[in-house]
Design a protein around this ligand. Structure first.
Ligand code: ATP
Ligand code: LTN
Length: 345
């Protein structure tokens, strides 16, 4: 990346985003949001609501619109400070779509077909029916990251491969057209990077899974949270220890949730539950989740009822994001050899 005098003084940058494709769950919180709240003090931070990504699968228009505001309010309720961090909606900054097209022209199809998330999501659709957008998804994600000269990308484990593709694309562009992009690093939390479904402990918790006992949503009332956790799938054993045995994935998941909410060490947690039964474990997990989410839920209800506040934050965020994204896009267009439109600086 060309270094300007201002850049030399700037803090390193993080960029991350969540799709408004449904209600956020504790996997989104522990894998992504919780780390964002911490890193915003040490990094110049960009947190995006990625609506262009959400439409890679069919979305109901009203739910998408309401969900975009809901996700923004949850970012703030979780502790993202809009005075410190830039919070914005992806489609409000057109440079994201424009750079994605350009990077798409540099992406070999083979790289995209290899993405495991694409394979999983496409397999759930009718053969041939999955959209070109679903395949293109990681290219758009690369554009998001690269527009901001991002140094680190805080995400859950499932996104590691997409960040690697981003690095490959950035290197490819820099090699062909000269240094423009910063090569980003992935940043994965030590605990909570992969929370599994409560009813499917061998598959990751996901927003777009329909079954009622799959995920704890961030806005679930306490009784619902307790009910979901009490009903979670475990096994016929009795030992409460962290483990990577697929047959005991349910217990491991409950312990991981406990660890991520309390920040206690694995040893301390295993000692706490030594000799206890699964029922006791479930009750304890339910309480740390209920208490862990309580302040977030209270702030959410205040914020969402403050008329116009969220939209103001998003408008300021998009304006600020564009001041970084637009010059990057302009430089890319110049390097590629696009003729400048007359009258445009
Ligand atoms: P969808 O089901 O619509 O694909 P999702 O629940 O997988 O959604 P995303 O919007 O794709 O959520 O992910 C947002 C962030 O949350 C990413 O950083 C992702 O890594 C993280 N994340 C998603 N699911 C989990 C999970 N089960 N455990 C930990 N982190 C997760
Ligand atoms: N694909 C990501 C969401 C996402 C993202 C990004 C994350 C879109 N653009 C840029 C980090 C950086 C997901 O979590 N499903």
């Amino acid at each position: 990346m060309p270094i300007t005098p201002n850049d030399q003084k700037r803090l390193p940058r993080v960029f991350s985003g969540i799709q408004p494709s449904g209600h956020l769950h504790i996997g989104n919180y522990l894998g992504a949001l919780k780390q964002w709240v911490k890193v915003q003090h040490d990094y110049e931070s960009f947190f995006c609501i990625v609506d262009l990504h959400a439409i890679t699968l069919p979305q109901d228009p009203q739910a998408l619109c309401a969900g975009t505001r809901e996700v923004a309010a949850l970012y703030l309720a979780a502790g993202i400070d809009p005075q410190k961090s830039t919070v914005f909606v992806q489609s409000h900054v057109p440079a994201h779509s424009e750079l994605a097209w350009i990077l798409g022209c540099l992406s070999p199809l083979g790289w995209l077909y290899r993405m495991t998330q694409y394979k999983d999501k496409a397999a759930k659709q009718q053969a041939e029916a999955s959209s070109a957008g679903l395949l293109f998804y990681p290219v758009l994600m690369a554009a998001d990251i690269l527009l901001y000269h991002t140094n680190a990308v805080p995400v859950g484990e499932d996104q590691r491969q997409h960040v690697e593709l981003t690095r490959d694309l950035a290197q490819r562009f820099n090699h062909i057209y000269g240094e423009v992009f910063t090569i980003p690093e992935v940043m994965i939390p030590l605990a909570g990077a992969r929370i599994m479904g409560l009813d499917t402990p061998n598959a990751k918790m996901s927003k777009s899974e329909n079954s009622e006992y799959h995920a704890v949503f961030l806005l679930d009332p306490p009784d619902k949270i307790r009910k979901k956790i009490m009903r979670s799938v475990t096994d016929s054993g009795s030992e409460i220890t962290f483990n990577d045995d697929p047959a005991r994935a349910g217990v491991n998941n409950l312990l991981t949730i406990y660890q991520a909410f309390t920040d206690e060490s694995k040893e301390a947690i295993e000692n706490r539950f030594a000799g206890k039964g699964y029922g006791h474990l479930k009750k304890a997990v339910a309480e740390v989740v209920v208490e862990g989410l309580r302040p977030l839920q209270e702030r959410y209800h205040q914020l969402i009822n403050e008329n116009g506040y969220i939209d103001d934050v998003l408008a300021q965020g998009a304006e600020r994001a564009a001041t970084i994204a637009n010059p990057t896009l302009k430089l890319v267009q110049e390097r590629i050899g696009f003729l400048k439109a007359r009258g445009k600086t």
